[in-house]
Design a protein around this ligand. Structure first.
Ligand code: NAP
Length: 266
């Protein structure tokens, strides 16, 4: 009987793999035998992750530092991957950031940069690798959205909308891939320990005080398992899943007031 690992002979491209959830997602794929292509902007951090995972799991781990949030960032990354003669079987669109501020106080550059990273490049990379996945009838896309995807988010309006986009796009592709052997999953974490909150400035909000952040590895593992099971959407944590289900039934004005309260300073 062979004891071959599931990912043997396949490569997973993980965006945002220098820190946080992306590092743990990369580890889940490496543990199962996938070779890795890791990308983010911070080269030393990427190198440390690649060295650790390749040593621990005996997989190949290439790093490609790139600011994929820049226009054309996805194509630039794909060109570098091609130049290294690497292929992508699984695409993990994890890189993303948020910005906590009333919209009128936000910087346009920050808000548009969020759309570029959270949505535009996710579509760009998926568009680049999707046809080959369908042709091969294997692999797929694991997109990282958020529990923010399920309702509008006053005082973090663009972030919530950007994640609603990721959820909608992922579900549509899941249906398009139905029966092809290609998997599509949308991971929707709640508050998770990472650099996200400090970078987004959400620490002062009531939400940050009311919901403790959970460690990132169980979140990543749940997302990995969902991807392997071709589960369309996975909301991590029972309370998050309950809330994501509940919001469909709340009158919109009531929901907006509730989210406004959670997103306000404590
Ligand atoms: N943590 C949470 O509470 C939470 C909850 C729900 C959803 N999420 C989502 O989970 C995903 C991962 O976030 P995280 O919590 O792990 O946050 P994080 O610790 O801030 O990590 C974000 C990753 O994205 C990379 N990144 C940021 N801007 C980039 C750019 N322009 N080009 C390339 N890479 C870039 C960062 O690397 P560099 O800075 O080195 O480029 C880093 O590797 C995000 O999509 C986030 O929206 C997080």
């Amino acid at each position: 009987m062979t004891n071959q690992k599931r990912g043997k002979g396949q490569t997973a491209l993980v965006t945002g793999a220098s820190m946080g959830i992306g590092v743990d997602l990369a580890e889940c794929f490496a543990r199962d035998g996938y070779d890795l292509i890791l990308t983010a902007r911070t080269e030393p951090a990427l190198k440390a992750v690649a060295d650790r995972l390749s040593k621990t799991y005996g997989v190949k781990a290439a790093i490609i530092p790139e600011d994929i949030g820049k226009p054309g960032g996805g194509a630039a990354l794909a060109a570098k991957i091609k130049a290294k003669k690497l292929s992508v079987d699984v695409l993990v669109n994890n890189a993303g950031y948020g910005n906590a501020a009333p919209f009128h106080e936000s910087q346009l550059e920050t808000e548009l940069g969020m759309v570029d990273l959270n949505d535009r490049v996710l579509v760009e990379l998926t568009h680049i690798y999707w046809p080959a996945m369908l042709k091969a009838g294997r692999g797929g896309v694991l997109n990282v959205a958020s529990t923010a995807a399920f309702q509008p988010g006053p005082f973090m309006a663009v972030y919530y909308a950007s994640k609603a986009f990721v959820l909608s796009f992922s579900e549509a592709l899941w249906e398009e891939a139905n029966g092809t052997g290609v998997h599509v999953s949308c991971l929707c974490p709640g508050p998770t320990v990472s650099e996200f909150r400090a970078r987004a400035g959400t620490g002062k909000m009531r939400l940050a005080k009311s919901a403790a952040a959970v460690p990132s590895m169980p979140v990543a593992q749940a997302g990995y398992d969902a991807f392997q099971a071709n589960r369309r959407v996975l909301v991590t944590g029972a309370r998050n899943a309950f809330q994501a289900g509940l919001v469909k039934f709340l009158p919109r004005p009531m929901l907006l007031k509730a989210v406004r309260g959670l997103q306000s300073p404590a």
